[in-house]
Design a protein around this ligand. Sequence first.
Ligand code: NAP
Length: 526
Amino acid sequence: MTRSRIPSASPVDLPPFVNEPIFPGPDDPRVRQAFPLAIAQVRKQLGRTYPLYIDGRDITTAATLDSVNPADPDQVVGKVCQAGTREAEMALDAAERALLTWRDVDPSQRALYLVKAAGIARNRIFQYSAWQVLEEGKQWAQAYNDVAEGIDFLEYYAREMIRLGAPQDMGSYADESNFCFYQPKGVAVVIAPWNFPFAIGCGMCAAAIVTGNPVVFKPSSQSSVVGHHLVEVFREVGLPDGVFNYVPGPGSQIGDLLVDSPKVAVIAFTGSMSVGLRIIERAGRTPENQASVKKVICEMGGKNAIILDEEFDEEAAIRDVLYSAFGYQGQKCSACSRLIVVDKVYDRFVPKLVAAARKLRIGSAEDPGNYMGPVIDAKAQRTIMQYIDLAATEGTVLYRSEVPAKGYYVPLTIVEGITPQKRLGQEEVFGPVLSIMRAKDFDEALRWANSTRFALTGAVFSRNEDHLDTAVRQFRVGNLYLNRANVGALVRVQPFGGFKMSGAGTKAGGPDYLLHFMDPRCVTEP
Ligand code: NAP
């Protein structure tokens, strides 16, 4: 028996993967010209209605949700049709039908759809970034890098599928030859957060699609207009009907239905710990009519720490701590939420950090001169304000910035006197609140860094090689950074994701990721 028993299309020869260049800076001539133009063009399209997309058709619903600009909530960015039970079921049925043919399409051919999709997103990178500035309050750089990451996922997973799509010769035993290959699991439900509104949804959908699993995509209610960019991209590349379905709708109403459905084989989720754990629990139930054990690919929150040791580059540390804690208003799963400073340098360093924070400008993300913008919505604003109030009782507030009166702004806040026993030492805030902890030495700093339920990202600033070595072994997080910011993972070179309550150990943008969407099969023949 030979590998040729698996029908294979003509081999596809793609150039090696390279990361999409990240944001070149607001002063780059192309950016100066293209970004304001893109924002102006997007402004002309505000308020449009976005239909669902099921089985290759636009579906409008009577119910719509206004997605608003967090810097100016009176401004409706788009009206998004809302899937209810009926539409969610329609999407699952469409995906189930599409599976019958999509699963047997040659992996290389599936990969080519992704490469085409990447080309479309690349051509629209300014346009898609501008939508994020207005719908999510993302700074120019943050928005641009999000689209670039989405492009990376498309390009990388395409190449990964070509690699994994080739049957593997397992060798022979007792005159029998053997080979293994992968098949898709089945219908995939993809549930995405709003904070990387293109990249994360795109990455999870691309992985499911390229591995042969038709997708029912539920974007976050806060980022459904940007979520619709995936409809544009996947429709334009000509994916067969039913392979990609877009069903925005309240997670509280259609989430359980999608997760519980016996038609579903795999769920890719990125979001909060509470919703992630709920999904894992519900997906574990197996009604009589369910064909397969559901797989949950789950990425959740973080309570990430940066450790400052006795000696380090202070200028770099100030820049990187501020960026990690307050970039995109601290609304990143990877954001620095705890700064653990060893006693010996504490009194010298912390005042410098606070002085630098005082200089950061806060205002609309449309103005690239603003370092920090609004948080995503009124609910997030309320929750973060509760943590800022808590900061005053659990510690000493060193800085609480002024903010614009209109829009969902919260003060950039730095609090000291936090220990692992306090809520601010344990709970994910998901906003611009930096808790500073004074540790007596590096060992205590490391113990404290590991003292939460989460294990997503972390960083250590140190010139002590032994301490850096120790951190590599004992700072137990999914992504550890030495002498640099703890945010901004890049596809392929820095596979991203955590463990403990930060996730189930899957690494988006890494070489193992696609395997979670497939089942291996083995064939033996004398
Ligand atoms: P979230 O509230 O958990 O929502 C995530 C998604 O789940 C949304 O699409 C939401 O829909 C949906 N959902 C809500 N309830 C559901 C239910 N009962 N069943 C199924 N789906 C349901 O999280 P978020 O506020 O969007 O995002 C922030 C969180 O994501 C933070 O905790 C952050 O750390 C985490 N995150 C983690 C990573 C990572 O890679 N580890 C990356 C980014 C973000 P609705 O919007 O309609 O409610």
